[in-house]
Design a protein around this ligand. Structure first.
Ligand SMILES: C[S@@+](CC[C@H](N)C(=O)[O-])C[C@H]1O[C@@H](n2cnc3c(N)ncnc32)[C@H](O)[C@@H]1O
Length: 441
Protein backbone atom coordinates (compact mmCIF):
# COMPACT_ATOMS: atom_id res chain seq x y z
CA UNK A 1 0.00 0.00 0.00
CA UNK A 2 3.04 2.27 0.07
CA UNK A 3 2.00 4.02 3.25
CA UNK A 4 -1.49 5.07 2.16
CA UNK A 5 -4.33 3.54 4.11
CA UNK A 6 -7.23 2.50 1.95
CA UNK A 7 -10.30 1.00 3.60
CA UNK A 8 -11.48 -1.72 1.29
CA UNK A 9 -15.17 -1.61 0.43
CA UNK A 10 -17.50 -3.56 2.72
CA UNK A 11 -19.36 -6.60 1.39
CA UNK A 12 -22.43 -4.43 0.86
CA UNK A 13 -20.37 -1.94 -1.13
CA UNK A 14 -18.83 -4.73 -3.17
CA UNK A 15 -22.20 -6.22 -3.98
CA UNK A 16 -23.15 -3.05 -5.85
CA UNK A 17 -20.57 -2.87 -8.66
CA UNK A 18 -19.26 0.60 -9.28
CA UNK A 19 -18.30 2.12 -12.58
CA UNK A 20 -14.68 1.33 -13.22
CA UNK A 21 -14.26 -1.35 -10.60
CA UNK A 22 -15.09 -4.21 -12.91
CA UNK A 23 -12.60 -3.11 -15.54
CA UNK A 24 -9.84 -1.73 -13.45
CA UNK A 25 -7.83 -4.91 -13.03
CA UNK A 26 -6.14 -5.73 -16.23
CA UNK A 27 -3.07 -7.43 -17.55
CA UNK A 28 0.34 -5.87 -18.00
CA UNK A 29 0.48 -2.84 -20.24
CA UNK A 30 2.66 -2.64 -23.30
CA UNK A 31 4.80 0.39 -22.83
CA UNK A 32 8.18 1.13 -24.24
CA UNK A 33 10.47 3.57 -22.55
CA UNK A 34 12.08 6.79 -23.70
CA UNK A 35 13.60 6.67 -27.14
CA UNK A 36 14.55 10.28 -27.53
CA UNK A 37 17.19 12.61 -26.23
CA UNK A 38 14.77 15.25 -25.09
CA UNK A 39 11.09 14.74 -24.52
CA UNK A 40 10.10 17.00 -21.68
CA UNK A 41 10.12 20.48 -23.08
CA UNK A 42 7.48 20.08 -25.78
CA UNK A 43 4.64 18.52 -23.83
CA UNK A 44 2.06 20.91 -22.42
CA UNK A 45 2.75 21.28 -18.72
CA UNK A 46 -0.81 20.59 -17.53
CA UNK A 47 -0.79 17.11 -19.03
CA UNK A 48 2.03 16.08 -16.69
CA UNK A 49 -0.64 15.97 -13.99
CA UNK A 50 -0.12 12.21 -13.60
CA UNK A 51 3.40 10.89 -13.42
CA UNK A 52 4.19 7.26 -14.09
CA UNK A 53 4.14 6.40 -10.35
CA UNK A 54 0.62 7.82 -10.14
CA UNK A 55 -0.44 5.73 -13.10
CA UNK A 56 1.06 2.59 -11.54
CA UNK A 57 -0.92 3.20 -8.39
CA UNK A 58 -4.16 4.13 -10.20
CA UNK A 59 -4.03 0.90 -12.19
CA UNK A 60 -3.21 -1.25 -9.14
CA UNK A 61 -5.88 -3.04 -7.09
CA UNK A 62 -5.61 -0.34 -4.40
CA UNK A 63 -6.07 2.35 -7.00
CA UNK A 64 -9.05 0.63 -8.57
CA UNK A 65 -10.69 0.12 -5.17
CA UNK A 66 -10.11 3.74 -4.20
CA UNK A 67 -11.54 5.03 -7.49
CA UNK A 68 -14.55 2.78 -6.94
CA UNK A 69 -15.10 4.22 -3.46
CA UNK A 70 -14.61 7.77 -4.76
CA UNK A 71 -17.14 7.10 -7.53
CA UNK A 72 -19.75 5.95 -5.06
CA UNK A 73 -19.10 8.85 -2.70
CA UNK A 74 -19.41 11.30 -5.57
CA UNK A 75 -22.70 9.69 -6.58
CA UNK A 76 -23.97 9.94 -3.01
CA UNK A 77 -22.98 13.55 -2.36
CA UNK A 78 -20.53 15.39 -4.63
CA UNK A 79 -20.03 18.21 -2.11
CA UNK A 80 -18.93 15.88 0.70
CA UNK A 81 -17.13 13.22 -1.32
CA UNK A 82 -13.67 14.64 -0.55
CA UNK A 83 -14.30 14.73 3.20
CA UNK A 84 -15.86 11.28 3.19
CA UNK A 85 -12.94 9.85 1.24
CA UNK A 86 -10.51 11.38 3.74
CA UNK A 87 -12.02 9.09 6.40
CA UNK A 88 -10.91 6.00 4.51
CA UNK A 89 -7.82 7.10 2.56
CA UNK A 90 -5.02 8.83 4.45
CA UNK A 91 -2.85 9.98 1.57
CA UNK A 92 -4.21 13.30 0.23
CA UNK A 93 -2.43 12.86 -3.09
CA UNK A 94 -4.04 9.49 -3.72
CA UNK A 95 -7.42 10.85 -2.62
CA UNK A 96 -7.05 13.60 -5.18
CA UNK A 97 -5.99 11.13 -7.87
CA UNK A 98 -8.94 8.82 -7.20
CA UNK A 99 -11.50 11.62 -6.99
CA UNK A 100 -10.20 13.13 -10.23
CA UNK A 101 -10.51 9.80 -12.04
CA UNK A 102 -14.00 9.25 -10.65
CA UNK A 103 -15.09 12.73 -11.79
CA UNK A 104 -13.47 12.45 -15.20
CA UNK A 105 -15.02 9.02 -15.82
CA UNK A 106 -18.42 10.63 -15.36
CA UNK A 107 -17.61 13.38 -17.83
CA UNK A 108 -15.91 11.01 -20.29
CA UNK A 109 -19.08 9.06 -21.11
CA UNK A 110 -19.97 11.68 -23.73
CA UNK A 111 -16.70 11.02 -25.60
CA UNK A 112 -15.89 7.40 -24.80
CA UNK A 113 -19.33 5.87 -24.36
CA UNK A 114 -19.38 2.53 -22.57
CA UNK A 115 -15.55 2.37 -22.38
CA UNK A 116 -15.48 5.51 -20.22
CA UNK A 117 -15.67 3.70 -16.88
CA UNK A 118 -12.71 1.47 -17.70
CA UNK A 119 -10.32 4.23 -18.75
CA UNK A 120 -7.91 6.58 -16.98
CA UNK A 121 -7.68 10.27 -17.78
CA UNK A 122 -5.97 13.56 -17.31
CA UNK A 123 -8.20 16.59 -17.56
CA UNK A 124 -6.23 17.84 -20.58
CA UNK A 125 -6.17 14.39 -22.14
CA UNK A 126 -9.94 14.07 -21.88
CA UNK A 127 -10.56 17.55 -23.20
CA UNK A 128 -8.28 16.97 -26.18
CA UNK A 129 -9.45 13.44 -26.96
CA UNK A 130 -11.16 13.02 -30.33
CA UNK A 131 -14.84 12.18 -30.35
CA UNK A 132 -15.57 8.55 -30.96
CA UNK A 133 -17.63 8.96 -34.14
CA UNK A 134 -14.97 11.17 -35.69
CA UNK A 135 -12.08 8.89 -34.67
CA UNK A 136 -13.95 5.79 -35.90
CA UNK A 137 -14.62 7.32 -39.33
CA UNK A 138 -10.98 8.36 -39.65
CA UNK A 139 -9.81 4.88 -38.67
CA UNK A 140 -12.04 3.31 -41.35
CA UNK A 141 -10.53 5.69 -43.93
CA UNK A 142 -7.03 4.48 -43.02
CA UNK A 143 -8.13 0.88 -43.60
CA UNK A 144 -9.98 1.71 -46.85
CA UNK A 145 -6.82 3.36 -48.14
CA UNK A 146 -4.61 0.35 -47.50
CA UNK A 147 -3.06 1.10 -44.09
CA UNK A 148 -1.90 -1.85 -41.99
CA UNK A 149 0.56 -0.39 -39.52
CA UNK A 150 -0.08 3.16 -38.41
CA UNK A 151 1.87 5.50 -36.13
CA UNK A 152 -0.26 7.74 -33.91
CA UNK A 153 2.40 10.33 -33.20
CA UNK A 154 0.63 12.30 -30.44
CA UNK A 155 -1.60 9.71 -28.86
CA UNK A 156 -2.68 11.53 -25.68
CA UNK A 157 -4.78 9.21 -23.54
CA UNK A 158 -5.51 7.21 -26.68
CA UNK A 159 -8.93 8.00 -28.20
CA UNK A 160 -7.67 7.97 -31.80
CA UNK A 161 -5.23 5.13 -31.21
CA UNK A 162 -8.07 2.94 -29.88
CA UNK A 163 -10.21 3.69 -32.93
CA UNK A 164 -7.30 2.73 -35.20
CA UNK A 165 -6.72 -0.51 -33.27
CA UNK A 166 -10.42 -1.36 -33.18
CA UNK A 167 -10.57 -1.48 -36.98
CA UNK A 168 -7.74 -4.01 -36.98
CA UNK A 169 -4.70 -1.81 -37.59
CA UNK A 170 -1.42 -2.31 -35.77
CA UNK A 171 -0.79 0.92 -33.93
CA UNK A 172 2.47 2.43 -32.72
CA UNK A 173 1.31 5.21 -30.40
CA UNK A 174 3.68 7.93 -29.21
CA UNK A 175 3.39 10.69 -26.65
CA UNK A 176 6.03 13.06 -25.35
CA UNK A 177 4.50 13.22 -21.90
CA UNK A 178 5.51 10.26 -19.74
CA UNK A 179 2.37 10.22 -17.58
CA UNK A 180 0.08 10.55 -20.59
CA UNK A 181 1.88 7.75 -22.45
CA UNK A 182 1.58 5.54 -19.38
CA UNK A 183 -2.15 6.27 -19.20
CA UNK A 184 -2.56 5.43 -22.88
CA UNK A 185 -0.82 2.10 -22.32
CA UNK A 186 -2.97 1.36 -19.26
CA UNK A 187 -6.06 2.31 -21.22
CA UNK A 188 -5.17 0.04 -24.14
CA UNK A 189 -4.89 -2.86 -21.69
CA UNK A 190 -8.06 -1.90 -19.85
CA UNK A 191 -10.17 -2.18 -23.00
CA UNK A 192 -8.41 -5.21 -24.46
CA UNK A 193 -6.48 -3.51 -27.27
CA UNK A 194 -2.93 -4.00 -25.99
CA UNK A 195 -2.18 -6.80 -28.45
CA UNK A 196 -2.51 -4.36 -31.37
CA UNK A 197 -1.40 -1.15 -29.73
CA UNK A 198 2.08 -0.36 -28.44
CA UNK A 199 2.68 2.89 -26.61
CA UNK A 200 6.01 4.69 -26.72
CA UNK A 201 7.13 7.64 -24.65
CA UNK A 202 9.09 10.13 -26.70
CA UNK A 203 9.10 12.94 -29.19
CA UNK A 204 7.05 12.31 -32.32
CA UNK A 205 9.71 13.83 -34.51
CA UNK A 206 12.32 11.34 -33.32
CA UNK A 207 10.17 8.26 -33.70
CA UNK A 208 11.48 5.74 -36.23
CA UNK A 209 8.78 5.44 -38.90
CA UNK A 210 10.52 2.79 -40.99
CA UNK A 211 8.15 0.03 -39.86
CA UNK A 212 4.87 1.92 -40.40
CA UNK A 213 2.99 2.47 -43.66
CA UNK A 214 0.82 5.35 -42.47
CA UNK A 215 0.83 8.22 -40.01
CA UNK A 216 -1.76 9.95 -37.91
CA UNK A 217 -0.92 12.95 -35.75
CA UNK A 218 -3.02 15.12 -33.48
CA UNK A 219 -0.49 17.72 -32.34
CA UNK A 220 -0.93 19.68 -29.11
CA UNK A 221 -2.46 23.05 -29.87
CA UNK A 222 -2.00 24.61 -26.46
CA UNK A 223 1.03 26.18 -24.90
CA UNK A 224 1.08 27.14 -21.21
CA UNK A 225 -2.65 26.55 -21.01
CA UNK A 226 -3.45 28.82 -23.98
CA UNK A 227 -4.62 27.83 -27.42
CA UNK A 228 -2.15 28.41 -30.23
CA UNK A 229 -3.51 29.27 -33.64
CA UNK A 230 -0.47 29.25 -35.88
CA UNK A 231 0.25 25.64 -37.00
CA UNK A 232 3.96 26.45 -36.74
CA UNK A 233 3.41 26.73 -32.98
CA UNK A 234 1.73 23.32 -32.62
CA UNK A 235 3.69 20.69 -30.76
CA UNK A 236 5.08 19.21 -32.91
CA UNK A 237 4.76 21.91 -35.62
CA UNK A 238 2.51 21.01 -38.54
CA UNK A 239 5.15 21.38 -41.25
CA UNK A 240 7.62 19.20 -39.30
CA UNK A 241 5.09 16.36 -38.89
CA UNK A 242 3.96 16.69 -42.49
CA UNK A 243 7.47 16.27 -43.82
CA UNK A 244 8.46 13.59 -41.25
CA UNK A 245 5.56 11.44 -42.49
CA UNK A 246 7.10 11.49 -45.98
CA UNK A 247 5.00 9.99 -48.78
CA UNK A 248 2.95 7.75 -46.44
CA UNK A 249 -0.82 7.85 -46.11
CA UNK A 250 -1.10 10.67 -43.56
CA UNK A 251 -3.75 12.50 -41.59
CA UNK A 252 -2.97 15.42 -39.29
CA UNK A 253 -5.68 16.84 -37.10
CA UNK A 254 -5.64 20.65 -36.96
CA UNK A 255 -7.75 23.39 -35.43
CA UNK A 256 -10.90 24.16 -37.45
CA UNK A 257 -9.84 27.80 -37.60
CA UNK A 258 -6.70 27.00 -39.61
CA UNK A 259 -6.07 29.57 -42.34
CA UNK A 260 -6.47 28.04 -45.78
CA UNK A 261 -3.09 29.41 -46.82
CA UNK A 262 -1.45 27.55 -43.91
CA UNK A 263 -2.50 24.21 -45.39
CA UNK A 264 0.55 22.44 -46.83
CA UNK A 265 0.73 22.02 -50.62
CA UNK A 266 -0.78 18.75 -51.72
CA UNK A 267 -2.91 18.31 -48.60
CA UNK A 268 -6.63 17.70 -48.93
CA UNK A 269 -8.51 19.26 -46.05
CA UNK A 270 -11.76 18.38 -44.35
CA UNK A 271 -13.73 20.09 -41.63
CA UNK A 272 -15.86 17.99 -39.32
CA UNK A 273 -18.92 19.01 -37.34
CA UNK A 274 -20.91 16.93 -34.87
CA UNK A 275 -24.52 17.92 -34.31
CA UNK A 276 -23.85 21.51 -35.35
CA UNK A 277 -20.47 22.08 -33.63
CA UNK A 278 -17.35 22.21 -35.77
CA UNK A 279 -14.99 19.96 -33.80
CA UNK A 280 -11.90 19.64 -35.95
CA UNK A 281 -10.22 19.85 -39.31
CA UNK A 282 -7.91 17.19 -40.72
CA UNK A 283 -5.32 17.35 -43.47
CA UNK A 284 -4.86 14.21 -45.53
CA UNK A 285 -2.25 12.94 -47.94
CA UNK A 286 -2.65 9.82 -50.04
CA UNK A 287 -6.38 9.25 -49.65
CA UNK A 288 -7.84 7.93 -52.88
CA UNK A 289 -10.14 10.33 -54.68
CA UNK A 290 -10.32 12.89 -51.88
CA UNK A 291 -11.52 16.31 -52.98
CA UNK A 292 -9.47 19.37 -52.21
CA UNK A 293 -12.02 20.44 -49.57
CA UNK A 294 -14.63 18.36 -47.75
CA UNK A 295 -17.23 19.18 -45.13
CA UNK A 296 -18.15 16.20 -42.98
CA UNK A 297 -21.37 16.80 -41.09
CA UNK A 298 -22.37 14.27 -38.44
CA UNK A 299 -26.07 14.27 -37.61
CA UNK A 300 -27.30 11.65 -35.16
CA UNK A 301 -24.12 9.59 -35.69
CA UNK A 302 -24.38 9.56 -39.50
CA UNK A 303 -21.78 11.41 -41.61
CA UNK A 304 -22.92 13.44 -44.62
CA UNK A 305 -20.19 14.80 -46.89
CA UNK A 306 -20.02 17.77 -49.22
CA UNK A 307 -16.97 18.15 -51.43
CA UNK A 308 -15.50 20.78 -53.73
CA UNK A 309 -12.52 22.94 -54.51
CA UNK A 310 -13.05 25.56 -51.84
CA UNK A 311 -12.45 28.21 -54.50
CA UNK A 312 -15.87 28.88 -56.03
CA UNK A 313 -18.06 31.90 -55.48
CA UNK A 314 -21.73 31.25 -54.79
CA UNK A 315 -24.43 32.79 -56.99
CA UNK A 316 -25.75 36.06 -55.67
CA UNK A 317 -29.42 37.01 -56.10
CA UNK A 318 -32.01 38.56 -53.82
CA UNK A 319 -33.59 37.45 -50.58
CA UNK A 320 -36.14 34.63 -50.72
CA UNK A 321 -38.94 33.25 -48.60
CA UNK A 322 -36.58 30.92 -46.76
CA UNK A 323 -33.11 31.58 -45.35
CA UNK A 324 -30.51 28.85 -44.76
CA UNK A 325 -27.47 28.99 -42.52
CA UNK A 326 -24.88 26.47 -43.76
CA UNK A 327 -23.35 24.13 -41.21
CA UNK A 328 -20.09 25.51 -39.79
CA UNK A 329 -18.10 22.74 -41.49
CA UNK A 330 -19.47 23.84 -44.88
CA UNK A 331 -18.56 27.46 -44.19
CA UNK A 332 -15.05 26.64 -42.91
CA UNK A 333 -14.42 24.37 -45.92
CA UNK A 334 -15.53 27.23 -48.21
CA UNK A 335 -18.19 25.09 -49.80
CA UNK A 336 -21.11 27.52 -49.60
CA UNK A 337 -21.27 27.70 -53.43
CA UNK A 338 -21.47 23.89 -53.63
CA UNK A 339 -24.22 23.85 -51.00
CA UNK A 340 -26.07 26.57 -52.92
CA UNK A 341 -25.95 24.40 -56.05
CA UNK A 342 -27.07 21.34 -54.10
CA UNK A 343 -30.16 22.94 -52.63
CA UNK A 344 -30.78 25.48 -55.39
CA UNK A 345 -30.16 28.55 -53.27
CA UNK A 346 -28.36 31.90 -53.66
CA UNK A 347 -26.68 34.48 -51.48
CA UNK A 348 -28.01 38.00 -50.96
CA UNK A 349 -24.50 39.38 -50.40
CA UNK A 350 -21.34 37.90 -51.94
CA UNK A 351 -19.47 37.42 -48.64
CA UNK A 352 -22.28 36.64 -46.19
CA UNK A 353 -23.03 32.94 -45.81
CA UNK A 354 -26.84 32.98 -45.71
CA UNK A 355 -28.50 31.18 -48.60
CA UNK A 356 -32.00 32.00 -49.84
CA UNK A 357 -34.70 29.98 -51.57
CA UNK A 358 -38.31 30.57 -52.43
CA UNK A 359 -39.46 27.17 -51.18
CA UNK A 360 -38.33 25.03 -48.24
CA UNK A 361 -35.52 22.50 -48.71
CA UNK A 362 -34.53 19.60 -46.52
CA UNK A 363 -30.82 19.26 -45.95
CA UNK A 364 -28.67 18.11 -43.04
CA UNK A 365 -26.01 20.55 -44.26
CA UNK A 366 -27.84 23.72 -43.19
CA UNK A 367 -30.51 25.03 -40.85
CA UNK A 368 -33.33 27.03 -42.47
CA UNK A 369 -36.13 29.35 -41.37
CA UNK A 370 -39.25 30.67 -43.06
CA UNK A 371 -39.02 34.44 -43.34
CA UNK A 372 -42.21 36.12 -42.09
CA UNK A 373 -41.17 39.70 -42.87
CA UNK A 374 -38.17 41.64 -44.12
CA UNK A 375 -37.73 44.70 -41.91
CA UNK A 376 -35.26 47.58 -42.08
CA UNK A 377 -32.60 47.24 -39.39
CA UNK A 378 -33.66 50.16 -37.25
CA UNK A 379 -33.99 49.52 -33.52
CA UNK A 380 -36.90 51.89 -32.85
CA UNK A 381 -38.93 50.62 -35.80
CA UNK A 382 -38.15 47.01 -34.94
CA UNK A 383 -39.27 47.57 -31.36
CA UNK A 384 -42.62 48.85 -32.62
CA UNK A 385 -43.15 45.98 -35.07
CA UNK A 386 -42.22 43.29 -32.53
CA UNK A 387 -44.60 44.86 -29.97
CA UNK A 388 -47.41 44.88 -32.53
CA UNK A 389 -46.73 41.22 -33.33
CA UNK A 390 -46.68 40.31 -29.61
CA UNK A 391 -43.21 38.80 -29.79
CA UNK A 392 -41.84 38.36 -26.27
CA UNK A 393 -39.12 35.83 -26.99
CA UNK A 394 -36.58 36.27 -29.72
CA UNK A 395 -33.59 34.27 -30.92
CA UNK A 396 -31.25 36.77 -32.53
CA UNK A 397 -28.73 35.71 -35.16
CA UNK A 398 -26.45 37.88 -37.24
CA UNK A 399 -23.97 37.79 -40.08
CA UNK A 400 -22.45 40.79 -41.79
CA UNK A 401 -23.80 43.23 -39.20
CA UNK A 402 -22.00 44.75 -36.26
CA UNK A 403 -24.62 43.87 -33.66
CA UNK A 404 -24.50 42.46 -30.15
CA UNK A 405 -27.54 40.15 -29.88
CA UNK A 406 -27.76 40.62 -26.08
CA UNK A 407 -27.62 44.40 -26.33
CA UNK A 408 -30.14 44.42 -29.17
CA UNK A 409 -32.52 42.18 -27.18
CA UNK A 410 -32.37 44.61 -24.25
CA UNK A 411 -32.97 47.59 -26.55
CA UNK A 412 -36.00 45.90 -28.12
CA UNK A 413 -37.75 45.63 -24.72
CA UNK A 414 -39.74 42.61 -25.85
CA UNK A 415 -43.16 41.77 -24.52
CA UNK A 416 -45.83 39.38 -25.67
CA UNK A 417 -46.58 35.67 -25.88
CA UNK A 418 -45.23 34.90 -29.34
CA UNK A 419 -41.74 33.69 -30.21
CA UNK A 420 -39.61 34.31 -33.30
CA UNK A 421 -36.11 34.30 -34.75
CA UNK A 422 -34.58 37.57 -35.93
CA UNK A 423 -31.70 37.45 -38.40
CA UNK A 424 -29.75 40.66 -38.84
CA UNK A 425 -27.81 40.67 -42.09
CA UNK A 426 -27.44 42.41 -45.43
CA UNK A 427 -29.36 42.31 -48.67
CA UNK A 428 -26.71 43.72 -50.99
CA UNK A 429 -25.59 46.92 -49.28
CA UNK A 430 -28.76 47.34 -47.20
CA UNK A 431 -28.88 46.13 -43.58
CA UNK A 432 -32.05 44.15 -42.96
CA UNK A 433 -33.69 42.28 -40.10
CA UNK A 434 -35.40 39.08 -41.21
CA UNK A 435 -38.25 38.22 -38.89
CA UNK A 436 -38.53 34.43 -39.09
CA UNK A 437 -40.51 31.64 -37.47
CA UNK A 438 -39.08 30.52 -34.14
CA UNK A 439 -38.54 26.92 -35.20
CA UNK A 440 -36.33 25.96 -38.11
CA UNK A 441 -38.02 24.36 -41.12
C1 LIG B 1 -4.31 16.84 -28.80
S1 LIG B 1 -3.52 15.67 -27.80
C2 LIG B 1 -3.83 14.13 -28.61
C3 LIG B 1 -5.21 13.57 -28.31
C4 LIG B 1 -5.45 12.21 -28.92
N1 LIG B 1 -5.49 12.24 -30.36
C5 LIG B 1 -6.75 11.62 -28.42
O1 LIG B 1 -7.72 11.59 -29.17
O2 LIG B 1 -6.80 11.17 -27.27
C6 LIG B 1 -1.86 16.02 -28.15
C7 LIG B 1 -0.82 15.16 -27.42
O3 LIG B 1 0.44 15.41 -28.03
C8 LIG B 1 1.44 15.25 -27.07
N2 LIG B 1 2.64 15.90 -27.61
C9 LIG B 1 2.95 17.21 -27.64
N3 LIG B 1 4.13 17.39 -28.27
C10 LIG B 1 4.56 16.17 -28.66
C11 LIG B 1 5.68 15.70 -29.37
N4 LIG B 1 6.62 16.53 -29.81
N5 LIG B 1 5.79 14.38 -29.58
C12 LIG B 1 4.86 13.51 -29.13
N6 LIG B 1 3.77 13.90 -28.45
C13 LIG B 1 3.61 15.22 -28.24
C14 LIG B 1 0.87 15.86 -25.83
O4 LIG B 1 1.49 15.35 -24.68
C15 LIG B 1 -0.62 15.46 -25.95
O5 LIG B 1 -0.87 14.31 -25.19
Amino acid sequence: MDGAAVRLPSRRERSAPLPGAAHARHGPTQYTGDFTRDTGNRAPSASTHNNRMDVEWLTSTDGADTIAIATRLLDDDPDRAGIALARVVEDPHRRALALTQAQLRGIAVAKFGPDAAALYYTRDGLEQASRRVVADRRARLFVENGARVVADLCCGIGADAFALARVGLDVEAVDADAGTAALAAANASAIGLADRLRVHHGDALHFDLSAVDSVFCDPARRKDGRRVFDPRDYSPPLDAVWSAAGPRLTAVKVAPGIAHDAIPDGAAAEWVSVDGDVVEAALWRGRAGQANRTAVVFRGGEAIELTGTGRRDADVGGLGEYVYEPDGAVIRARLVAELGDLIGARLAHPTIAYLYRDAPATTPLAVGWRIREVLPFHVKKLRGVLRERGIGRLTIKKRGADVSPDKLRRELRLSGADEATLIVTRDGDRHVALLCDAAPV
